[in-house]
Design a binder for this molecule. Structure first.
Ligand code: ZN
Length: 93
């Protein structure tokens, strides 16, 4: 029996696997130290413990679903007019 695994193509999102494997799925705390071992994830912040792959997989799922990336707009204030600081004439002496 053939096993054709056709996972929806074209829906690929760029998610850095390093972060998902180091981010606590319970409290979203990101720390390398939480990665207790290759197989075990133990959050240094809240103590959440899970299989590292499971924890990472949940993070990937959450990231893909939520896509909660705050867009930081670069268009803020207009460029300040470059004005020469005028010395207070009263203080010149
Ligand atoms: Zn945690």
């Amino acid at each position: 029996m053939e096993r054709l695994e056709q996972k929806a193509p074209g829906r690929v999102q760029k998610i850095d696997p390093r972060y998902t494997s180091q981010t606590c799925n319970a409290c979203k705390h990101l720390a390398r130290e939480s990665r207790e071992s290759q197989a075990l994830f133990l959050c240094v912040a809240c103590g959440h413990r899970a299989h590292a792959d499971v924890n990472a997989a949940k993070n990937v799922r959450d990231t893909a679903a939520g896509h909660a990336v705050a867009a930081r707009g670069g268009f803020g204030l207009p460029e300040p007019v470059n004005r020469e600081p005028q010395r207070d004439l009263l203080l010149v002496g």
